[in-house]
Design a protein around this ligand. Structure first.
Ligand code: ZN
Length: 288
């Protein structure tokens, strides 16, 4: 017999992906997220002016007010192990004692293909100076992704970054380049001719415009609350750091700068440190 409502909620969560306790309901969109997914954690019940905080899989998540309650965007990194992931939510409302809810979400597994690539040796076996440059650039990007702008800048659904109909390819591929295992492919590639416009997938602020060894000419857009979108291998860029951009606004054009075998857009999505499947962001049902 479980007497504590919190423990009852946790026990219930073992059986379902949503938890209802007293006047608060917690649920996931999608209900059964998989490795590499971005998901929304919905909390219904707390009144306007409540403070909602949460931790999922050991990492803090940031809640915002949406059409029907509170929601947080949660990224499940492409290399996270499938299985149960714990969550905990704390709610403070004026005039009421603070309360907390906890449970688990079943994270589904996903098979990623192995991709074998042959590239010119100087793009793979780097000389020490280039190696140092690439490592420093990687570090710069990772620390940028961990920057959490406290305000939500995106609104509504996400648009495609290029005006083509072909699906993006290659997310999560375990790459073997010139016979050596390398970091998995953390974005999706859209092949398109050089000069094809690349647009921001939603409203945000340009966090970085740079030229890096592997990504080539790149733009990073900060959409707030830890969500960043990345546009690599650009031929030209048309924005500057600090610019406010809106959904569909051109950021630059498709190219093949950096380590690219031909003209394409490499499009990446980060939710904090989590590398997630961009296609899952583009199809996420938004409620405002
Ligand atoms: Zn790519």
């Amino acid at each position: 017999m479980i007497r504590s409502p919190f423990l009852a909620a946790a026990a219930l969560a073992l059986l379902t992906s949503s938890v209802e306790a007293a006047d608060t309901k917690v649920s996931w969109r999608p209900a059964e997220p998989r490795v590499g997914d971005v998901a929304l954690l919905d909390v219904h019940g707390p009144a306007d002016g409540a403070t909602v905080e949460g931790v999922v899989a050991g990492r803090p998540v940031t809640f915002y007010r949406d059409g029907r309650g509170y929601a947080a965007l949660v990224g499940f990194d492409m290399e996270l192990a499938a299985g149960r992931q714990a969550w905990r939510i704390g709610i403070r409302e004026p005039g009421r004692p603070a309360r907390s809810l906890s449970g688990t979400v079943q994270l589904g597994g996903r098979e990623f293909p192995v991709q074998r690539l042959t590239l010119p040796a100087p793009m793979v076996d780097l000389d020490p100076e280039t190696e140092r440059r690439a490592v420093a650039e990687g570090r710069t990007l990772r620390s940028l992704y961990r920057t959490i702008t406290p305000e939500r800048l995106w609104r509504g659904p996400f648009a495609r970054p290029v005006a083509t109909n072909e699906p993006g390819t290659g997310f999560g591929s375990r790459r073997i380049i010139n016979g050596q295992p390398r970091a998995p492919h953390s974005g999706t590639d859209y092949s398109a001719p050089t000069g094809t416009p690349v647009v921001s997938v939603n409203d945000g602020r340009v966090a970085l415009v740079a030229e890096h060894f592997f990504p080539g000419r790149l733009v990073v857009v900060d959409h707030g609350l830890g969500l960043h979108t990345l546009y690599f291998h650009l031929d030209e860029t048309r924005v500057e750091i600090g610019d406010r951009v809106v959904r569909g606004q051109p950021l630059g054009t498709v190219g093949s700068t950096g380590r690219a075998t031909g003209p394409h857009l490499h499009f990446g999505v980060q939710v904090g440190a989590a590398r997630i499947d961009p296609e899952r962001l583009l199809t996420l049902p938004m409620r405002d």
